[in-house]
Design a protein around this ligand. Structure first.
Ligand code: SF4
Ligand code: SF4
Length: 470
């Protein structure tokens, strides 16, 4: 009892949750999603892709040192980051699409927090037993046997966490080389620090924080409410069928067995209605369906349901088909946008040039007058060769009147750029004293670079300053 001067505590300690093992369609789907996602995460850095000599042979590599992103046959340079931005926008739209169709399906099946928590719970169950055994162990005083089980579990979690942090760094450098360096204790301190941070966060988030991350730390549950509407199919309890719950005469289909609550990874009771803590994993559907099979009642007391169907269902009338819920204008808009960006990215990748040309006019001075009256402008030229072999480029100039071109340090008008490199050269454009360009102000001109042995070419506009330039 509190006196009027006492302030009640606003802090409630976490009640540990011990999800019970369950089997059914959705549990199998979750196992499959978990296996595929973990395999992709751990195996991808070890896939090889031959790009020729002097190029990394890792299929997926964020090459920080050379500021490059390799994805199988695709190579993204820093100035092409819009491809990555496009992929992120597509990922966002995909999330909108799935959330608007099936609620928090991302949270329930594919979010790393869900996948790793599921894995940690699986290990916990192997070591400490199912729900009742874990509750007994939790309540038991510390003993040798409890300490042995806890240490075994934490050690297994730590190994998984270490593998998770370890796999992450392999995406940023050659995986076999880094693995050897790590084993020899010679890896870069940044690699050790990254592994340590990711090991700690995986261990804490997957082992101890679990549903707290979903309920309190993650902003996504708050945002996605805006993407759902009354046609979204989401996990719900059919209270008009289940209530009044119990086992006596006149009771509804719900026998109040608590199976749906006991399997819930966030520890909530779906019979209380839709809640922010529900990650739409659908495990309560599996648990309740098993119970309905046992009691001889029809399945689906808990199931996927759209709010717009509730009235019809309550009245015992037929509801709209799943396809009517999935094929609605909002979904069409998301799908069209998603596909449109995908097509644009593919076309952009197919059409992008294998050479990049950049030029910066030297402004101090704008021009120089040579002893014979020739007007000469200087430019800093940067040529980027994106091919995996040496390429010789012929430089050219397109202008309203003849200009001559000279490259500092090169006798011919050619520049040879090594594979995957950028060369910077000073280039001079000169106008004969009698040329109209020599006496003009600032005139637009175009510099070109053409691969002497292939189709790659690039062009860029700049200006030529004559005597009247200001
Ligand atoms: S209420 Fe059901 S769907 Fe929601 S989190 Fe719990 S088990 Fe998963
Ligand atoms: S599992 Fe089904 S029957 Fe059991 S309490 Fe939950 S809703 Fe009721």
């Amino acid at each position: 009892m509190t006196t009027p001067l006492e302030t009640p505590s606003l802090y409630a300690p976490r009640e540990p949750i011990f999800p019970k093992r369950v089997s059914g369609h959705f549990r199998r789907l979750k196992w499959a999603a978990m296996a595929v996602l973990l395999a992709i995460y751990y195996v991808t850095p070890w896939l090889r892709w031959d790009r020729g000599p002097a190029m990394p042979d890792q299929a997926v590599l964020v090459d920080m040192a050379n500021r490059r992103f390799f994805f199988f046959w695709i190579e993204i340079w820093p100035h092409e980051f819009y491809f990555v931005a496009g992929l992120l926008v597509m990922a966002g739209l995909g999330l909108f699409l799935f959330t608007s169709a099936l609620g928090r399906v991302w949270c329930g099946y594919a979010c790393p927090q869900t996948v790793w928590t599921d894995l940690f719970i699986l290990v916990e169950r192997w070591i400490e037993g199912d729900r009742n055994a874990r509750i007994r162990l939790h309540r038991a005083p510390w003993s040798l046997s409890k300490a042995r089980l806890r240490i075994t579990k934490w050690a297994a979690w730590l190994l998984i966490a270490l593998a998770t942090g370890g796999a992450w760094v392999f995406y940023f450098t050659d995986a076999p080389t880094l693995a050897r360096d790590l084993l020899a204790g010679q890896a870069h301190p940044v690699a050790w620090a990254t592994i340590a941070i990711l090991t700690a966060t995986t261990f804490i988030f997957g082992g101890f924080a679990r549903e707290q991350i979903c309920i309190y730390a993650c902003p996504w549950p708050r945002i996605q409410a805006a993407m759902m509407d009354e046609d979204t199919l989401t996990v719900a309890y059919r209270d008009w069928r289940g209530e009044p719950r119990g086992k006596g005469a006149g009771a509804g289909d719900c026998i109040d067995c608590m199976a749906c609550v006991n399997v819930c990874p966030t520890g909530i009771d779906i019979r209380d209605g839709q809640q922010l803590a529900c990650i739409t994993c659908a495990l309560c559907i599996d648990a309740c369906d098993a119970m309905m099979d046992r009691t001889g009642k029809p399945r689906g007391l808990i199931g996927y349901l759209a709010l717009s169907d509730e009235t019809a269902e309550r009245a015992g009338q037929p509801v709209r088909s799943v396809w009517r819920h999935l094929l609605r204008p909002r979904m069409a808009v998301y799908t069209v946008l998603w596909s449109g960006i995908g097509v644009l990215l593919i076309v952009g990748l197919a059409l992008r040039s294998q050479v990049d040309l950049n030029v910066t006019p030297v402004r101090n001075p704008l021009y120089v007058t040579l002893s014979d009256g020739t007007i000469r402008n200087a430019y800093e030229l940067r040529l980027r060769n994106k091919q995996h072999h040496d390429v010789t480029y012929q430089l050219g100039i397109e202008s309203g009147a003849p200009l001559s071109i000279a490259i500092e340090g090169e006798l011919a008008g050619h520049i040879t750029v090594p594979p995957d490199q950028t060369l910077t050269r000073r280039v001079y454009l000169s106008a004969d004293p009698r040329s109209p360009l020599a006496s003009a102000g600032s005139e637009p001109v175009t510099l070109t670079a053409r691969d002497l042995d292939g189709p790659a070419s690039a062009r860029i506009r700049t200006v030529f300053h004559g005597r009247d330039a200001r």
